[in-house]
Design a protein around this ligand. Structure first.
Ligand code: NAP
Length: 296
């Protein structure tokens, strides 16, 4: 079985490449600005490029395409809504259509930010989406376009993604910021009034590949089982590092002025993926333990 991973130098994409390597799948990737250092053949592709996508699909003839490419800068999406909609909203539908035309399976990655974050958490897959910023609107448009253009896509929604990059081995995302501040003995302001189910990129990569082997189609929430505030996430990082939490400061989302609104509580229910795969998703502590070395 041949896999094609779009956005292979991103945090999730690089982990999908590594997981495919580990499982000895035939694997090809695409990158946008720079190729990942993983030892997998990778081709340059902007997912907005319809003819480039078609040519690549014809040349590579994959059995399955995994779309990890996206404009993920939430504030950047707010200031450039056209680019956000083109990359996150329109392009996934175009790629899905090209895959459908060639009878190629398609896995698309989306986000908890399709939800408003008020009174719905933990969100099940069938909860009504209602995004409150351009990023979430563009990702919801992408989900809808994919469902319109492909007869049986798999869509996985992730939340607060972090992990070790599959290419350069760097700890990436929120825990890296917390670790670096603690290492520098700087205070770490952390929200106590936001709730998320953090997704470790390596765990999500393995899970979406497992899903693609056992599931025909559908939408799945893939995250850890623990619904935590960033402050509680910070406490678990301190524990892992053997550091006192004295530098953690309780903060509120209202303390920070950012261009894009953030939802308050977007914990994802993971019951559906657990029952599909017949195994529990990890807790946050179990996920962190898997990358404990990155905190030493
Ligand atoms: N990060 C989170 O907290 C989070 C939360 C929930 C869901 N998600 C979703 O998870 C997926 C993977 O995100 P991630 O965390 O791995 O993000 P990431 O590290 O920012 O990776 C995104 C990748 O997409 C590539 N890309 C951007 N524009 C592109 C374009 N026009 N054509 C082709 N590739 C393009 C980027 O390449 P360049 O850097 O070279 O431009 C980058 O390698 C996305 O669908 C995202 O929406 C992320």
């Amino acid at each position: 079985m041949r896999f094609l991973v779009l956005g292979a130098n991103g945090l999730l994409g690089s982990n999908v490449l590594k997981e495919c390597q580990f499982k000895e799948h035939d694997i090809v990737g695409t990158y946008h600005t720079s190729p990942p250092d993983i030892g997998v053949p990778c081709h340059e592709l902007d997912i907005r490029d319809e003819s480039g996508t078609a040519t690549l699909l014809d040349e590579m003839a994959p059995d399955l395409v995994v779309n990890c490419a996206a404009m993920t800068d939430v504030d950047g999406c707010e200031s450039d809504p056209e680019a956000a909609m083109a990359i996150n909203g329109t392009a996934p539908g175009m790629v899905a259509s090209a895959c459908a035309d060639r009878d190629i399976d398609f896995v698309h990655v989306s986000t908890d930010y399709v939800f408003e974050g008020v009174d719905g958490s933990p969100y099940r897959e069938d909860a009504p989406p209602d995004p409150i910023q351009v990023y979430g609107e563009s990702k919801l448009a992408g989900e809808r376009a994919v469902r319109e253009q492909h007869p049986d896509p798999i869509i996985v929604r992730l939340s607060f993604v972090y992990g070790v990059h599959g290419g350069n081995g760097a700890l990436t995302g929120f825990p890296a910021w917390v670790r670096d501040r603690l290492d520098a003995s700087e205070e770490v302001p952390l929200f106590t009034d936001q709730a998320v189910t953090p997704t470790r990129a390596g765990q999500a990569a393995a899970t979406l590949l497992d899903l693609s082997q056992v599931i025909q189609t559908g939408t799945y929430h893939v995250a850890c089982r623990s619904c935590v505030s960033p402050y509680e996430f910070g406490e678990q990082i301190c524990e892992l590092m053997g550091t006192s939490p004295a530098l953690l400061n309780e903060g509120s989302m209202a303390d920070v002025d950012r261009p894009a609104k953030r939802p308050k509580e977007t914990c994802l229910s993971v019951e559906t993926v657990e029952s599909a795969l017949g195994r529990p998703q990890p807790t946050l502590a179990e996920d962190l333990e898997q990358i404990a070395e990155a905190f030493q």
